[in-house]
Design a protein around this ligand. Structure first.
Ligand SMILES: [Zn+2]
Length: 871
């Protein structure tokens, strides 16, 4: 075993240089088919089976797992290395002229582009993805009007997902060339391109094919560059998404492409055997056969018959003499593309093995084309057999609909029409088929389709009628009517508690009649058209013979409430003084809404059923508000102030506030805010909302006036202050109490024989005011003229007085206090004409700081000025 491993190591040295992985080809003996189908096929990639010899591939990991099963196996030379000398490569496009060479990757690329360039109206090239090694997965689309999406059957050929199975690669290229060059020349080809859309992917695994380099197919491998067998990597209907591990790039690219297209028939091409292999691959036929098994056998056999007729003796007989096989019966494959396309894409895909040699000598390639040409075209044409057509809706738009054959379809064999064109094609064996066409939002349609023979192509276009939901909303006076019987479209339904009866799956149509009936109501009858989902509102009118009276008693705290507004049965009434109002002639019914409202009260809205005369008692609750008092003085909270409001006295808290909640709305609520030593505040408030009332509470003070003259108290002087008039007592004093905190209080002091005094005072605390009265005749200040100048003013140590005399005059210059007492005589006598200046000093220790009046008497005229002494 080890020895053999060393031999193979030499064989594959050029491969192992690229990767840790390797691809091995080997054979071993196993005659138990069940072991092959359940154990072995899950570990390695079986290529073919001859009697009890199994030929298989494996990558390094797979081979390790296989070895653990204990089989003796013989490593074989890799197939792609066997014909090295007989493989010639075309390094220019011209060298492909005779189709007896393999193209280099670059020549392949150029050929694909040239197809599109040479035949732009019938050929369109697309790359559907890029592989791990940077190769493109090319697909050509071949059809008339190739750039337009037409309602035609779509078919797909793809080859060489096993990279070393290269026969199909060349046949696909040649098929493309053949069809393009014979369009409008050859009747069959012209007809095919006019009625079908043919997609061809020549190489589904270029990384495998060109593993030996882009210039040769020698050294091609079965697996891709990640050493994954793509044909074991697709979702499997029996084993799920990933039979051999995560999806490799080529698998994902192909799955995406298949999802975007709408293939009816397809095939994937291989080498190593010569046989048409039809579904299923993952089940043996005794467990499950495809519902279209007869179809598959017929068209597989047509293919095999054709190639056997055109081929050399013995061609296409290595697996079965008739050239076809059920996939699972040959050997089970999980994760194959064929089953994926059949199961998930409702497509008819077979696997076609074209040649015993995987990579045949290039000079043999024209032979394989000659053997297979007619069969390749014939299998594509199978897509047009059976029945097909276009499915649209009543507006003529395409509809993606399911096409299901009763008694036949199962296991995803049903098909769908194309979302974009509405086209569908259902290849089927001859018979009379009951076919159901269905799509969400449409009425399903079942039709009989007769397919007379295998060549028949029956056209069955279908117009699907939309269906809608019709909702009846049955009400009376905006209240739902329960249990009304709605008869519509041949069905009876009762309305729900919300008055609804819902009918689904109603075909688009006109003149739908309905009948709605309920005891106690007039029956409603009508008709309408259904062209959309529809809600139909019906006002069910009560039968007039069954009426009752409904009496409302409206009270608040057991007292009747007048002028409350009641809306009931569409009528509005006001309660009279006894709070009771009657609504007469109310038809029997349920869910009558009513509303009772009155300004200042909470509105009540509810429902009642009327099946007898009835009285409804309504207890109205007034709307209430909260009232918050905030008591402060100059922004500072006043604690423990009494607030008397709505019959309750409360004290303010530390923040100066007190709250009265739940006060019924109303006008003229009085309040008193008081505190000892403060002036009480009395006010009123109207409550139509929550209120915040800010109160400024002002303190009260005593103000004492002391009146004197020359140091002696003056009794009976009149003090007018704070709107009061009081006389000083024998001690010259009088006291005013409860004077509100404030500024700019005026006062006047008067007494016959004295100069009256008027002044202002700020009361910001308890206060004593001393008033010096001056007897009349002592001093009258005429401040209207001023010939006297004093400086500096204010003064400190000395002050200068200046006056200008018109002629020599007797003058007197004296200083008085502000309350009229003479402080000092500065000058007295005859002074000369002109400017006189007198300086006064030497008083600083005896003179208080403050304002004084200096008075100049000249010839019975008096001039004065206020001077200010500062210390
Ligand atoms: Zn293969």
């Amino acid at each position: 075993m080890k020895k053999l491993g060393i031999i193979v190591f030499v064989f594959f040295f050029f491969l192992s240089a690229k990767s840790q992985q390797n691809e091995f080809f080997f054979r071993f003996i196993e005659s138990n088919k069940n072991t092959i189908n359940t154990v072995i096929t899950r570990i390695i990639s079986i290529d073919r089976i001859r009697h009890d010899t199994v030929y298989a591939y494996a990558n390094s990991d797979e081979l390790k797992r296989f070895e653990k099963l204990g089989y003796k196996y013989i490593l074989l030379p890799h197939p792609s290395t066997l014909n090295t000398k007989s493989i010639s490569m075309a390094t220019t496009i011209d060298q492909m002229a005779n189709w007896d060479r393999y193209p280099t990757y670059e020549v392949y690329r150029t050929m694909m582009k040239k197809f599109e360039q040479d035949y732009p109206s019938i050929c369109k090239l697309d790359s559907i993805g890029t592989t791990t090694n940077g190769h493109k997965l090319y697909v050509v689309k071949i059809s008339n009007n190739v750039t337009v999406e037409e309602p035609e059957v779509e078919v797909f050929y793809t080859s060489t997902m096993h990279g070393d199975e290269t026969t199909g690669y060349i046949l696909m290229l040649r098929l493309i060339d053949y069809m393009l060059s014979r369009y409008s020349i050859d009747t069959q080809i012209t007809s095919m391109l006019n009625s079908m859309v043919i997609y061809i992917n020549p190489d589904a695994n270029p990384d495998g094919t060109y593993m030996g380099g882009d210039n040769t197919v020698s050294g091609a491998i079965r697996y891709n560059a990640n050493y994954v067998d793509i044909n074991r990597n697709f979702p499997d209907p029996r084993l799920g998404d990933h039979p051999n591990g995560a999806w490799t790039p080529e698998t994902q690219i192909m799955m995406n492409f298949a999802s975007l297209r709408h293939f009816t028939v397809s095939a994937n091409f291989h080498g190593g055997s010569e046989v048409v292999n039809y579904p299923w691959d993952t089940w043996i036929s005794s467990s499950k056969i495809h519902p279209d098994n007869n179809w598959f056998i017929n068209f597989s056999k047509l293919y095999a018959d054709s190639v056997q007729a055109n081929g050399s003796v013995g061609y296409f007989t290595d697996v079965n003499i008739n050239g076809i096989t059920n996939g699972g019966d040959w050997y089970v494959v999980a994760g194959g593309r064929q089953d994926y396309m059949n199961w998930w894409h409702h497509c008819k895909e077979v696997t076609i093995e074209l040649s015993m040699a995987k990579t045949p000598s290039s000079n043999l390639l024209p032979n394989f084309w000659n053997y297979n040409k007619a069969a390749l075209l014939g299998y594509l044409e199978s897509a047009t057999k059976g029945f097909n057509g276009i499915i649209t809706n009543t507006s003529g738009n395409p509809v993606k609909a399911k096409v299901f054959i009763s008694g036949h379809d199962a296991d995803s064999s049903y098909i769908y029409s194309s979302q974009t064109t509405g086209f569908y094609a259902r290849p089927i064996e001859p018979g009379t088929w009951q076919v159901t066409y269905s799509a969400p939002g449409y009425i399903s349609q079942t039709q009989n389709v007769v397919v007379n023979d295998w060549e028949a192509s029956v056209i069955k276009n279908i117009t699907l009628i939309p269906e809608y939901t019709v909702t009846f909303s049955v009400n009376h006076l905006n209240s739902p009517v329960l249990n009304a019987n709605v008869h519509f479209n041949g069905v009876d339904k009762l309305t729900s508690s919300s008055g609804l009866a819902i009918f689904t799956n109603i075909p688009e149509g006109t003149g739908y009649g309905y009948t709605i009936s309920l005891s106690g109501y007039h029956t409603a009858i009508g008709q309408f058209n259904v062209t959309d989902n529809k809600t139909f509102n019906v006002d069910l009118v009560p039968d007039a013979t069954t009426v009752y009276s409904v009496t409302f008693n409206v009270t608040h705290q057991s007292l009747p409430v007048a002028n409350a507004t009641i809306i009931f049965n569409g009528i509005e009434q006001q309660t009279p003084s006894n709070g009771t109002i009657v609504f007469a002639n109310i038809p029997q019914g349920i869910g009558y809404n009513y509303t009772v409202s009155k300004t200042g009260y909470v509105t009540q809205s509810t429902q009642t059923d009327v099946s007898t005369n009835k009285t409804i008692d309504i207890d109205l609750s007034p709307i209430t508000y909260s009232v918050i008092f905030t008591v402060k003085l100059l922004g500072v909270a006043i604690v423990d102030a009494n607030v008397d409001f709505n019959g309750t006295i409360k004290q303010t808290g530390i923040d100066g506030t007190v709250s009265f909640p739940d006060i019924p709305n109303g006008n003229g609520y009085g309040y008193t805010v008081s505190k000892l030593g403060y002036k009480s505040v009395i006010g009123q408030v109207d409550l139509t909302s929550d209120k915040n009332i800010a109160i400024e509470l002002l303190p009260l003070y005593n103000v004492i006036f002391n009146v004197s003259n020359q140091g002696l108290p003056v009794a009976n002087a009149t003090i007018d202050f704070n709107s009061l008039s009081q006389q000083t007592d024998i001690s010259g004093s009088t006291s005013f109490s409860n004077v509100v905190y404030g500024m700019g209080y005026n006062y006047s002091v008067s007494l016959t024989g004295y100069h009256g005094i008027t002044s202002q005072v700020d009361v910001l605390e308890n206060k004593s005011i001393n008033v010096e009265l001056t007897p009349v005749g002592v001093l009258e200040i005429d401040a209207s003229k001023n010939l006297l100048y004093s400086w500096p003013n204010p003064f400190n140590n000395n002050i200068n007085f200046q006056f200008d005399l018109e002629k020599p005059s007797n003058i007197n210059l004296s200083v008085y206090s502000m309350d009229g007492r003479k402080i000092a005589i500065i000058a007295d006598g005859l002074y000369h004409e002109g400017l006189n200046t007198i300086t006064w000093s030497g008083y600083s220790s005896s003179l208080n700081a403050g304002s004084y009046i200096v008075v100049l008497n000249v010839d019975k005229k008096t001039f004065s000025q206020i001077i200010v002494h500062i210390k």
